[in-house]
Design a protein around this ligand. Structure first.
Ligand code: G3P
Ligand code: CA
Length: 246
């Protein structure tokens, strides 16, 4: 059985401003196998890495991401919560992250934040992001995920070679069959609903299981014990230490 991958959730976001190059570089230093990011689209069609659909919580500005151009978004500071250790942190583009992933030969989970957005502004974000991943020749190192399972099914239809995952909070009835029906490659459950039998059933069906967001040592141990394929954590150093000590 392959070792569980350790992926920094929004980078090493327990130690650095989430979804910034600083958090991604730190995850690399902490020997993560890669990281998870969240993406949105700007007014001028650039794909940017940020969790919320506004910049209010993570930057010194305010407003909706799709109402700004990339150049406008780059003017704000995204170091919220880490102002002393990281005086400046900018919003990355997906292209910047793909460069980093390519340079360091990492694994990347791109979560598309295309749910609860009824503005129409997010239409096509899934396909635009997939196109970029193809351009960078990173198909084998990237998996997309979304709580919007239709978006993942649509992506798969246009880009069958791209890996997709279905994010979910609660236990799914016959999750592996559901994943198969959406032609997904993986389930991305909240860690607390994961147990060994769920992972085994998924694996038997050829579906991977990547658990989020696993921050307590005992939970990381339990996920490894359950046989998950990847652990998404704010503390990749802890995940790495536990995995390597077994
Ligand atoms: O991809 C797993 C996890 O990141 C989903 O929740 O809110 O942290 O984006 P959230
Ligand atoms: Ca996420």
């Amino acid at each position: 059985m392959e070792k569980a991958k350790i992926l920094g959730h929004r980078g090493a976001s327990g130690y650095a401003p989430e979804n910034t190059m600083e958090a991604f570089r730190l995850a690399i230093q902490q020997q993560a196998d890669g990281f998870e990011i969240d993406i949105h689209i700007t007014k001028d069609g650039e794909i940017v890495v940020i969790h919320d659909d506004t910049i209010d919580r993570t930057s010194n500005g305010s407003g909706n991401v799709p109402d700004f151009t990339l150049a406008e978004l780059k003017q704000f500071n995204y170091n919220a919560g880490f102002e002393h250790m990281f005086p400046v942190a900018e919003i990355p583009t997906l292209k910047q992250v793909l460069e980093l992933v390519k340079t360091h030969n990492l694994y990347l989970n791109i979560e598309i934040k295309d749910i609860m957005t009824n503005t129409g502004k997010y239409d096509g974000l899934n396909l635009a992001a997939a196109r970029l991943v193809e351009e960078y020749e990173l198909v084998d190192q990237v998996i997309f995920s979304s709580f919007n399972h239709n978006s993942m099914a649509e992506l798969k239809e246009s880009y069958p070679e791209i890996k997709t995952a279905l994010l979910h909070f609660s236990k799914l009835y016959k999750g592996e069959a559901y994943a198969k029906s959406a032609k997904a490659d993986a389930l991305h459950p909240l860690f607390s609903v994961v147990d060994k039998s769920i992972v085994e059933q998924a694996h038997q069906a050829g579906i991977q299981v990547n658990a989020w967001t696993v921050n307590q040592e005992a939970d990381i141990e339990r996920m490894i014990e359950a046989g998950v394929d990847a652990i998404i954590t704010d503390y990749p150093d802890v995940g790495y230490r536990i995995r390597e000590s077994r």
